[in-house]
Design a protein around this ligand. Structure first.
Ligand code: MV4
Length: 446
């Protein structure tokens, strides 16, 4: 069993993990940088340890500093949250070598899924549909060009170590193939130190649907249904919901069992998200898997009633995932809006600064995941998320109404926020009617 955890993260997810620990009678030790000193959420922890200056590279990404804090605080385990070191294989390895439980997957599973080419191979082995594309990495330009013609344009050149939209190039014809291919390779080498690229057919106007899974160390793997994360701008998710509003129960079952097969094939443990593209004809294709808990996990918690962070802590401590798949049900609809300190009227440029007035919404079906309060300062050093506003109601139309009413109740001043942008999305005819794809926000709104 785990009795004391170090949280190697900050802000809302650090607070979310503290809360889960305390419900399980686990002590929570949190690290912080100089920029976060004095933040209210640190008070909720049993201990807080300064690990360095504001720059993430010297604090939240500083492995020696974090391991020293773990040693001083005498913890059994480290929860990495999301971002920062959550998918850093070296960090997971250091934890293992120090005899500290890394609350996440085994190093080998993280390595496999971290390489998108390997992940594609795992999906194929698990008989999960992947987008038509190359068998593995492509070395030669001639080989790539030939394959692109076979697959048919448009095609995507993707980086093996990419993900989240980084290191991708769309190619529309033979003419532009050569330059796009070599540019993608160079970009990948520069950004990830891995110039390996692969090819996929470019799926037109897809929806982004992802399945939440959890696995234990006894070979049990369960899914907690899917989230639809189609509403995003420049690869930053803005609104997420569960269940996906355009899936029928039969396709949902196929999608979720496909995700489980991938997770079992990778000998995975702990929480993961398996990402798919859904095309216009409701065909789904595996694209990548994320070896961490994600920002948008609360929508899944709201529709299933399970606390995913508590389950992460339990399975990491050797507890069996003693739930039956058939007992995991989804009820109603949950929607999450990410509220960032950004100005929608100025190209979503970050608006760091002090929050003078902060009044959160409440009432039936409203959940606010945030570490903010009156007087909080949004530091320019980290991402600009202020809050995740999550609502739950009996159906989608009701959930949209609850979200709009909660967004209107929210008072955050004087800094600019994405609340008006979220309201624009929730009020848009195409969003309400489920006629959106991943380009909706950029094409219709911003
Ligand atoms: C694609 C695609 C179309 N076809 N792959 C972008 C992020 C990364 N997770 C994968 N991405 C995409 N892969 C094929 N074969 C379109 C995207 C994509 C996208 C995917 C999900 C959510 C938003 C997106 C926005 C633009 C492109």
């Amino acid at each position: 069993m785990i009795s004391r955890v170090l949280i190697a993260n900050r802000g809302e997810i650090a607070l979310r993990i503290i809360r889960a620990c305390h419900e399980l009678d686990i002590e929570a030790v949190v690290v912080f940088s100089e920029a976060d000193r004095g933040e209210t959420y640190l008070e909720y922890a049993d201990e807080a340890i300064c690990i360095g200056p504001a720059e993430a590279a010297k604090s939240y990404l500083n492995i020696p500093a974090i391991m020293s804090a773990a040693e001083i605080a005498d913890v059994d385990a480290i929860h990495p949250g999301y971002g920062f070191l959550a998918e850093n294989q070296h960090f997971a390895e250091v934890c293992r070598d120090c005899g500290i439980v890394f609350i996440g997957p085994p190093v080998e599973a993280m390595q496999m899924l971290g390489d998108k080419i390997e992940a594609r191979k795992i999906a194929e082995k698990a008989k999960v549909p992947v987008v038509p594309g190359s068998e593995g990495a492509i070395d030669s330009e001639a080989e790539a060009l030939k394959l692109a013609e076979e697959i048919g344009y448009p095609v995507l050149v993707k980086a093996a170590s990419g993900g989240g939209g980084r290191g991708m190039r769309v190619v529309h014809n033979d003419m532009s193939f050569r330059s796009a291919f070599s540019a993608a390779r160079q970009e990948a080498e520069a950004a990830f130190g891995d110039g390996n690229v692969y090819l996929e057919k470019f799926i037109l106007e897809p929806r982004h649907v992802e399945v939440q899974v959890m696995a234990d160390s006894f070979g049990n793997a369960l899914h907690f249904y899917e989230r639809d994360c189609t509403i995003q701008r420049r690869h930053q998710k803005m609104v997420e919901e569960s269940p996906c509003p355009v899936l029928d129960e039969k396709t949902r079952e196929k999608l979720c069992s496909a995700a489980i097969r991938i997770i079992k094939q990778a000998n995975y443990e702990n929480a993961a998200t398996v990402e798919f593209l859904l095309d216009k004809d409701k065909n789904f294709y595996f694209i990548e898997a994320n070896a961490r808990i994600q920002v948008e996990h609360p929508v899944t918690e709201m529709v299933t009633g399970y606390d995913l962070i508590k389950w992460q802590l339990k399975v990491a401590g050797g507890h069996k995932l003693d739930i039956k798949q058939k007992n995991i049900k989804h009820r109603g609809v949950a929607i999450e809006c990410r509220i960032n300190a950004e100005d929608p009227e100025n190209n979503f440029s970050p608006c760091p600064g002090k929050i003078e007035q902060y009044v959160v919404p409440g009432g039936p079906g409203v959940r606010v995941d945030s570490h903010m309060c009156q007087g909080s300062v949004i530091s320019p050093n980290y991402d600009s998320m202020i809050c995740k506003l999550i609502v739950h109601n009996t159906d989608r139309a009701e959930a949209i109404n609850t979200m709009k009413r909660a967004l209107k109740e929210f008072i955050i001043s004087p800094i600019k926020t994405t609340i008006p942008a979220c309201l624009d999305i929730l009020s848009h005819n195409l969003y309400v009617k489920n006629k959106v794809d991943t380009s909706f926000v950029e094409r219709q709104l911003y």
